[in-house]
Design a protein around this ligand. Sequence first.
Ligand code: DON
Length: 606
Amino acid sequence: MRGRRSRCCVALLLGLWSLPPLALAQEMPATVLQERQQRSQPVWGPRGMVAAGEPLAAAAGAAVLREGGNAVDAAVASSFALAVTLPGSTGLGGGGFLLQWLPGPSPARLQGRAAACAEAAGRERRVGEGQALGLDFREAAAARSRPDQFQAPSGAVDRQRVTRSLQSAAVPGLVAGLLLAQRCYGRLPLRRVLAPAIRLAAEGVPVSRQLSQSLQAAATLLRADPTSRSLFFHADGPALQPGETLRQPALAATLTRIAAQGEAGFYRGATAAALLRLMAAADGLITADDLRSYRARPVTPLEIRFRGHSVLGLPPPAGGVTVLQLLRLLEPLDLAASGLNSAASLHLLVEAMNLVFQQRNARLGDPGGAPFEAQSFLGERALAALRRRIDRQRHRPAAELLKHSQVREGSDTTHLSVIDREGGMVALTSSINFAYGNGISVPAAGFLLNNHMDDFSSRPGSANAFGLVQGAANAIAPGRRPLSSMAPTLVFRPDGSPWIATGSPGGSRIGTTVVQVLLNRLLYGLNLASAVAEARLHSQLLPDRVDLEQGFSLDTQRLLEERGHTLRPSAAMGAANSVEQLRAAEGGGSFGVTDPRRSWALAQPE
Ligand code: DON
């Protein structure tokens, strides 16, 4: 019996062996894909979904959805809550970008809203049966800032001053952005949307292991500032410990003023006065005028087609061009035929990454409210010219495309994605730049300041903290916003229906993270959870090397080295908290995925 069975297996194997290669090629991917699709599973919910970088903030958004709020209400509630529960990643002293799509026509939605909403409506882009809009609430350079502000007499950039001084902070934008979104597109009263953040700040949140560890890691920075020290550390030295409570009464009072007065609760009055006192006590540049004149900018999203899907991203100073250009460059190269994580497809991916970084660093900067000329980045002629520079067999060294540096990624910045029961979607990335920003908290107002001045090119040719060597297009100028990599992204099915909202933290790795998640989902057919979990790599031209997460086979790595790539193992990249809407035929409802790379995130169904 045993003999017969083994003969039968041998026959079966021989049978498979003798099949023509085509048949095998048809068989294998399905099997491989099927297995891969089951490696990780998204959370499912029957209606809306919030995927955010911290559980209490995700729950705050989901509660707002349950009360009849839409995706904008939920995203704003979650983002304000994250400003309380993830103080190292985001906060009222920071800024960011929001990309939304809401079903239906805009005029009905905007009836009876503030005048600023008419401007926003004028920037919307019609996609499918709804309207998409971006909000740029990136921090802005103070009116007194200068292009050479961070250069020492030797001409070298003073890295301490550009990252850790009061001057490293640009005028905060988060509050203006969230309030504009909510006022024009939300459904619930502002007070309701801010209530969870106020409660979390006033009553306190339990300190998680991760929060305690991140405070300890930033101890030198935070303990040097008396306000940060008193907020996050015990009087005798150690950081708040897991299980203890982080109470932020001053932040609760600031949030309460915002709930009562709107923008004036932050950009004027007691909050502004606290910030201005801090600026005046040292060499800070931000003035009352800077605060009063700060506005969030509504922007028309950029749109490309990728394999029949519509993909939306945001123009500079956001990082959408990197994502969209990379997808368009790759589309005709047929990565799917070479297979997920094969040396052939990874080689093309890396070469295309280098090209988009060369474009970004040399040519992109804040267009200052002027329309962005997308054609020379996303037009087919420009793309074809770039594509011709890709050699399928050999890595083109950075020196051939250019002329150095290190890359770092902190645990800062956070991305959240929301879907509501009507299909409305929001992707929102916010940041104070490094973990705990510049480390300086505003006394009596209870929030940390960003250090986003370092995202400008303080001196053309010298690298910022993310190793980005940028040019004059991103020089410091009064009122200007530093170029960002943040890239909230929305994807629509070929029939125009809303499908995926995604984005990530990760500094310069944001765009390449988002693109790999999308390639895994759209091209290789992984489910959303597996698409997010799959190993990632990153290359940004300078330094001329490929950073690899764990999970790429040694054989593949050897093949990449043979093509001329220098490889370096890397810590985890990004944290792409994403949501996906299912069709009725798929059972309906929505999927939520939080990135396993940052274990404190949560996908919370409505
Ligand atoms: O705006 C940017 O591109 C960066 N300041 C974002 C910082 C970041 O994502 C750090 N991440 N982990």
